[in-house]
Design a protein around this ligand. Structure first.
Ligand SMILES: *[C@@H]1O[C@H](CO)[C@@H](O)[C@H](O)[C@H]1NC(C)=O
Length: 251
């Protein structure tokens, strides 16, 4: 990996940040040190991981809402729920902005993701969320199979039962095609904080997409981790900053 050229000290500092973020969020820790850390967290790939897709308003925030949860392996944003082939941000027609959440079912259940879904937006709002007005911001749970569809329906009914005066607008649909959004929309909150991005070595887009650490820091950047985790990550970052940014400036 290119990061190795930044030197052992940088690797160590980076790795301690990875450990911290992983520990704070309850993720399983990799057994060995060094650059293997990032990869080790992602070994669930292919195996037993689950995938959930939700629409809950602006996908910049949606992605950050799920990124810090223990058991979430990676997040990305895209378009789904419509009929247009190959939608784009400026021309997404009948699609909705979505977040795709890949998770380890041994660490987090679909039900818990549903709880976060409901808690992260106002499903009673019609035609958007807050300042984000439009069909692309509608609320949808995309399900894969009858079990997920049942869980989604039950959770929607529970949400509706909390207050009968207004209607939960959330749609429940079988998962169709998920079109990944353009790179500039991925890990948007993290990209708004260039120092954080530098801290993890300014990963190329491809790695930003697959990195567990990037998903967590994206949530941290939007202040959507738990208070405790926000504090822990924040103090670790301050600590690193005091020692000098672990960034290779020249060679
Ligand atoms: C849907 O579930 C099946 C069986 O659990 C799985 O093999 C498949 O990859 C899932 N599809 C998506 C899009 O997650």
């Amino acid at each position: 990996m290119a990061r190795a050229s930044a030197g052992a000290g940088v690797e160590r500092t980076l790795f301690s940040l990875i450990l911290l973020v992983a520990a704070a969020s309850g993720a399983r820790l990799p057994a060995r040190g060094g650059g293997a850390g990032i990869r080790a967290q992602q070994q669930t790939r292919g195996g037993a991981s689950g995938t959930a897709v939700f629409a809950l308003g602006s996908f910049w925030r949606s992605e950050a809402s799920f990124g810090c949860l223990p058991g979430v392996i990676r997040t990305s944003v895209g378009y789904a729920g419509g009929s247009k082939a190959f939608p784009q941000y400026r021309n997404l027609a009948d699609h909705a902005e979505c977040v795709k959440v890949e998770y380890d079912p041994r660490l987090i259940q679909y039900q818990q993701l549903l709880d976060v879904f409901w808690a992260s937006h106002d499903p009673r709002e019609v035609f958007g969320q807050g300042p984000d007005v439009g069909n692309q911001y509608r609320s949808i749970i995309f399900t894969n199979g009858t079990m997920e569809a049942r869980l989604a329906a039950v959770s929607k009914e529970k949400e509706q039962a909390k207050d009968r005066h207004s209607v939960i607008t959330t749609q429940i649909q079988p998962m169709g095609t998920f079109y990944p959004a353009e790179p500039e929309h991925q890990k948007f909150e993290l990209k708004r904080k260039p120092q954080l991005l530098q801290l993890i070595g300014s990963l190329p887009e491809e790695e930003l997409l697959s990195s567990t650490l990037a998903a967590r820091l994206n949530a941290y950047a939007a202040e959507l981790c738990t208070t405790k985790t926000q504090k822990m990550i924040g103090s670790k970052i301050d600590d690193i900053a005091k020692k000098g940014w672990p960034i290779l400036r020249d060679i």
